[in-house]
Unconditional design. Sequence first.
Length: 367
Amino acid sequence: MEHLWSPKKIVTAILLSTILPLFMILVLVAGSIGAVLDQSGGAAGGVNLGTGIGQYTGTNQNVLAYQSTVETIAAKYGMQDFVGLILAVMDQESGGQGTDPMQAAEGGFNTRYPHQPNGILDPAYSIECGIQELKQVLQYAASADGKTYSPNGPLPSPGDINQISLALQGYNFGPGWFSYAAGTYSQEKAQAYSAIMAEKMGWRRYGDPLYVPHVLEHYAVSEGSAGGESLVWPVPGHTNITSGFGSRWGTTHKGIDISDGSVNGAQIVAAMGGTVIQAGFGVSGSGYGGYGNCVAIDDGNGVVTLYAHMSSVACSVGMTVSAGQTIGFVGSTGDSTGPHLHFEIRLNGTAVDPLPYLQNEQQLQAA
């Protein structure tokens, strides 16, 4: 039988323990192996997409059926601003199926049912346990050093993607992750921690190092802002979306496609300001292969906007551009079947659905 880490097991041990100092020692020991990674930065330096309420952007009807229950229980625990995140976690954990939709049976907040996979037989109780666990890891992430838990500690902003990411990976890995990560999340850290712990435990694998991007595929902040700056619709006068974010043709479409009968040659503007880090034809192996003529803009705080398949670019690497500034023109270069703009938002390197961030601006344009 293969050994797979359940993220709830460490939490179980913690909450069943009656000796708080021993709990802290266990957390520090579990996290001490993280000294081998770069631990620069702190919890306060994350990507912030505003202070709006987080949205669940998925369409899974099994998950959406629990929205009212989640809203009620979330309010009970002061988690009302995180309903969207809770639903996104549920989508990843179970797809809203079964009697333990938050997969919380093995967690420390479960005191009614066996601590075994799918052990909870009451979906509402599973949601209650899962929300408490998620609150706990959010408090870890929002602490001054990003690794210290206080039951009365603050919660992060729903738009602070670094702290949200840090917390989500802790939900999957357990609290030892926080000492290891030292206040900042990256996929590289998650993969390294998973490998180290799998070897330490003698297991084939430990947790899901891609848990964060899996959850963030279904989560966005409802405000049309990033880094405190309002987003601008990238193709003025053209708002028709021909392909959305998510599964497409057996893979993940990492952005949205904007196209209509008159879009060819249309002006493309920067959705947000920043420094141009890519301008020109995306060559294979560069991270922009298949995008044709493309532009990437880094806001300096972990948010990158990407504009692909241009006929031509109107900026160069190293330039500082402002939101609304022309950066190129719509075309059909690279892996493209017709004139359109492929637009992405990448948060800490993870592509997320751009539409919720652009939605307010899109409605204004369409009006």
